[in-house]
Design a protein around this ligand. Sequence first.
Ligand code: NAD
Length: 405
Amino acid sequence: MNLEPDIVEVLSSPERALIVSIPVKMDNGETKVFTGYRVQHNTSRGPAKGGIRYHPGVCLDEVKSLAFWMSIKNGVVGVPFGGGKGGITCNPKETSPGELERLTRGYAASIAKFVGPDQDIPAPDVGTNAQIMGWFADEYYKIAGKCVPGVITAKPLGVGGSRGRGTATGRGAFFATLEAARTFDVPLKGTRVSIQGYGNVAQPIARYLYELGCKIVAVSDSVGGAYNPEGMHPIKLAEFKNKTRSVKAFPGSEEINTVDPITVDCDILIPAALENQITEKNADDVKARLIVEEANGPTTPEADKILYEKGVVVVPDVLANAGGVTVSYFEWVQNRMGYYWSDEEVDERLNQAMTKAFKDVYQTAKQYQIDTSFAIQPQQKDMRTAAFVTAVRKIVDAMQALGRI
Ligand code: NAD
């Protein structure tokens, strides 16, 4: 992009990084102090937007990186937001609902001055959910002295949540898959799909692809995996997992391990679990032609290069899983209008947004000829670099328009 070093310098640091200490009365009567963070990376394109993570590994560097990633994702999909992210170093699995509520309210009170519908709008991430969004909103309303539902998204439906938010990431990834299949000539009827992870984002896309005629040949979760070259029914898989807590030993399937879906024989691979799953150790064994990254950061940079050289098309996470933040944007818009859309309206707008984002990224790949340096297949494009170029260009344009650089 020939970016000036000054611009790179500005983009390398977040605009604001907040660290707060949150004293919480625990169920045993003791007071424990938790550390929370909120980082706003860049607000040139609009208020900061990004989730809140509750996890023992949360630290300032992680939150800063995730906030930068959100600037990119919001730019790729074209929602009028900058990048933000928050988190609390805690283990929600070992925290009672009462403790979680007090922790969330304490966090909301500590960062209330720095968030708001025109400043910074949080949402869920790993370890947080709609209930936590509800508590956060309520605490903010008390401080603001009024109802401001646009302060946070992915709220429960009854308090201003949007229709379609629960399945938005999977639905968005599905639309991106359709566009990728059209663009790169991957047929979908009878196509074999392998999915690593079978949670919030994986289950909807499995269902949508199955309904289109794809075969779900492999799935896994943190316990184990199931493989059946004849295909497995996504809803029965979900029911089985609900009952037994894993897809492992799904009737009629062969047992595989948690990471095997990455390398089984398939046409489309969907990593939908964790970061760093496709590495230099297994990238060469990937059989899929198309990878759709529903998880954040599932492919290491070393693996990315191997996949590119093998001619595998990767729809990168900042594009593939942007459906979540897109419907969060719709929720914010609906909250500000006080007028709510139907399932069909949300779905249609999500389809348009994801299809346009895919086409913009593909166009950028062609325009910048990103593939010329190491292309194996001349028609193939490096969609990850193109996604970053697409977003950074929008952010830089906004910074220039505001005279910030
Ligand atoms: P989830 O907890 O609902 O599901 C994660 C799934 O991965 C579970 O089935 C879990 O058992 C499985 N898993 C965990 N460790 C595994 C391992 N080692 N091997 C195989 N499977 C493993 O979480 P989710 O909300 O579906 O998120 C999954 C990924 O998608 C994360 O990277 C998340 O950051 C990303 N993402 C989620 C959203 C969203 O809206 N939920 C939006 C964007 C990105």
